[in-house]
Ligand binder design. Structure first.
Ligand SMILES: Cc1cc2nc3c(=O)[nH]c(=O)nc-3n(C[C@H](O)[C@H](O)[C@H](O)COP(=O)(O)OP(=O)(O)OC[C@H]3O[C@@H](n4cnc5c(N)ncnc54)[C@H](O)[C@@H]3O)c2cc1C
Length: 322
């Protein structure tokens, strides 16, 4: 019988449990025995879905101590010899998976979104080239099949109810000395640029005037976005970066201010319906893919547009009064 270990990320327990579906797709329900590593306090939820649940004796291994968790996975594998080790591709999971794979001298397929089989071979599907293609990785040979799987890519739809055996493990010696939680800050719930129909996006050519973009975004009921250059220079948050290593957006209107249009940036705006670019250099790559190109200074453009909008608003409200 195949043995499958799933790491339960304390911050994403439900998504982690859903990874039982990966085991089912690989081996079929009847022929795999499921193990959960629940290093935090939320092991109860796994109790009626897994065959065995490992929990840590005398405390927990926090999910941010990724080196300790990798050591713990290695320790368990040496005893139980798993056929597959599945880790959710959460923030912490993405750090645990390569560390564990390195310790086990196993290959790792990261960010898996689909599973198939071909005889004895396991086929793992994952996005490649910024999500523009799907790559299928064939797993051959021995060693555990190791993967990190994208949260919510799999749903454990028809759960098989079990009554787990809880196994306490002593992991105190595995903890990394000096790693402790100093402060936990919840991320404020901010709107996602992918939901906005209008994006006012700034790049290297508008860095000094980046603050002005917020006014234009407000006037056009849109949101501010940025190229990586602005983010790397600390003028904007990573969460509003557009492009290959940022977000892929599909607004109705994308206004690109002082953005050159590198391949990595353009990878994020291919689905934009209408692009207006403002650039001092009309040979900049972004101009060739824009519906309207304004050759000139971004600051002058933003200020001019705001002035005209304010003027037309004043005139409209005057007309209404008459
Ligand atoms: C692996 C990898 C991943 C990457 N991922 C991303 C990504 O996700 N997103 C991303 O954006 N980049 C990404 N990059 C970086 C990318 O290669 C470019 O370096 C970056 O996009 C350049 O940003 P920019 O066009 O804003 O700045 P610049 O290259 O500095 O271009 C500035 C532009 O503004 C114009 N300009 C200058 N002054 C003015 C002015 N006063 N008014 C109007 N226009 C003006 C210039 O003519 C120029 O076209 C990635 C790079 C790598 C290697």
């Amino acid at each position: 019988m195949k043995r499958v270990l799933v790491y339960l990320d304390e911050d994403a327990v439900e998504d982690s449990i859903d990874l039982l579906e990966v085991g089912r797709l690989m081996y079929g329900t009847q022929v795999f025995c499921s193990y959960a590593l629940a290093a935090g306090v939320r092991y109860g939820e796994a109790g009626n879905l897994f065959d065995h649940v490992f929990r840590v004796k005398n405390g927990t291994l926090p999910n941010y101590d990724t080196a300790a968790l990798a050591r713990c996975i290695e320790f368990l594998h040496r005893i139980y010899n798993f056929d597959a080790i599945i880790i959710p591709a959460t923030h912490c999971g993405r750090m645990i998976a390569p560390r564990a794979a390195m310790r086990l001298h196993a290959g790792l397929v990261a960010d898996v979104t689909g599973i198939g089989t071909n005889g004895d071979e396991i086929l793992m599907v994952r996005p490649a080239f910024s999500g523009r293609m799907l790559a299928t990785v064939v797993c051959r040979g021995g060693g555990p099949v190791m993967m990190s799987a994208r949260p919510r890519a799999f749903t454990y739809g028809e759960p098989v109810l079990k009554s787990a055996e809880f196994i306490d493990i002593d992991a105190q010696d595995m903890k990394t000395p000096g790693i402790r939680l100093i402060e936990r800050r919840e991320k404020s719930e901010e709107r996602d640029i992918r939901t906005s129909e209008v994006l006012i996006s700034g790049g290297g050519g508008v860095i000094r005037d980046f603050h002005l973009l917020e006014r234009l975004a407000e006037a056009l009921h849109g949101m501010v976005a940025a190229s990586r250059k602005v983010v790397d220079m600390g003028k904007a948050q990573r969460s509003i970066q557009v492009g290959q290593s940022g977000k892929i957006v599909s607004p109705r209107l994308y206004i690109a201010l002082g953005i050159s249009g590198s391949a990595q940036h353009v990878a994020g705006i291919r689905n934009a319906e209408y692009i207006i670019s403002v650039n001092t250099n009309r040979q900049a790559p972004i101009c060739s893919m824009s519906d309207i190109v304004v050759e000139g200074d971004s600051r002058a453009f933003v200020e001019g547009l705001l002035k005209r909008m304010e003027a037309s608003n004043t005139q409209t409200s005057g007309d209404q009064k008459r």
